[in-house]
Design a protein around this ligand. Structure first.
Ligand code: SF4
Length: 314
């Protein structure tokens, strides 16, 4: 049976979307352009979001001491011997990659796009630091390149966003998502599942809330306590204030979430994988592909699929 997204996977998955869009294998390659973020440079705050240690996002070849081209070359040389025809998307991942002077930003993005194997850009950022001026420029590049933007939403509950020191509101996530889409630029959101104070019902409410938005992609992440974050300190002093999921509990929540999610939203990830030496808890020892296959197995066992409990118009 084919679902509304055109294949028989039980959820609308990102790799099928990539194959459909590019007709070939495309890999996202992280680059670190040396940005900061308004929640660290004093504009919104200095301590950062309570869960954040940016080192967890950076593969070892990425470092702002290297140029964008050098980072891409190193990343490509890792994949190239195995996948000769592979193409790449430059993934500006660390910190807020739309935070700065428009011309300076465009110069950095262009350096990535000038690589002959790079087909486009994915820009990770916060909902409160992306200007219309930048969006206008990016929209004009769309005819030659693939351009997408990922926003860290993290939660749809204003109270949680305050508690985790996020420095922006969910309303800003909604407004910015709509603004990006108005430029015909695909947009993805990140959510963290299991932030302190959020119940199972709150987490499932996130599925209903993001389903109302014109979101193209979604990345789900289990809450991880990583060294160097504010949560790491809190976890050391008061571990019982966190309810970290076991892998089995999280799989059930992910399946419950998928059932409630608008079938038009493409699911890109279910988990994060912080580097082993930075991760404090939970330590599941599961790689991404292992987790994905467990979710797929559970969807089958429960005979359910993305959007089974979603009602259009709600
Ligand atoms: S998660 Fe993003 S916005 Fe928050 S402190 Fe880290 S880099 Fe800044």
């Amino acid at each position: 049976m084919n679902y509304s997204w055109g294949n028989n996977k039980r959820y609308n998955d990102y790799s099928s979307y990539i194959k459909k869009t590019f007709g070939e294998r495309v890999q996202k390659l992280s680059v670190n352009a040396g940005f900061t973020c308004p929640n660290r440079d004093g504009t919104k705050g200095v301590g950062g979001c309570a869960f954040c240690n940016n080192s967890t996002f950076n593969p070892s070849y990425c470092g702002p001491e290297k140029t964008i081209s050098q980072q891409l070359e190193q990343g490509i040389s890792f994949f190239q011997p195995k996948y000769k025809t592979m193409q790449y998307l430059a993934y500006f991942q660390a910190y807020s990659n739309t935070y700065g002077d428009t011309q300076e930003l465009l110069k950095l993005y262009k350096e990535a796009l000038d690589h002959p194997l790079v087909k486009g850009l994915v820009l990770g950022t916060r909902p409160d630091c992306i200007s219309d001026d930048l969006l206008e420029h990016l929209a004009t590049w769309q005819k030659d390149y693939y351009i997408a933007i990922e926003l860290g939403a993290e939660s749809t509950l204003e109270k949680t966003l305050i508690d985790i020191n996020r420095g922006h509101t969910y309303d800003e996530t909604v407004q910015t998502t709509q603004r990006i889409v108005s430029y015909d630029i695909p947009v993805g959101l990140h959510l963290i599942m299991g932030l302190p104070g959020e119940t199972r019902d709150d987490i499932l409410l996130h599925a209903s809330e993001v389903s109302k938005l014109p979101v193209n992609f979604l990345k789900l992440h289990q809450l991880q306590i990583v060294k160097g974050s504010l949560f790491a300190k809190k976890f050391r002093n008061n571990p019982e204030s966190f309810q970290l999921f076991s892998a089995e509990e999280y799989i059930e929540i992910v399946v419950d979430f998928i059932e409630r999610l608008n079938p038009n939203v493409i699911l890109e990830r279910f988990i994060s994988q912080a580097p082993h030496d930075l991760l404090i808890a939970p330590r599941w020892g599961l790689k991404n592909f292992e987790f994905v296959s467990k979710v797929e197995k559970r969807l089958k066992e429960r005979d359910t699929w993305q959007g089974k409990l979603f009602e259009f118009g709600n």
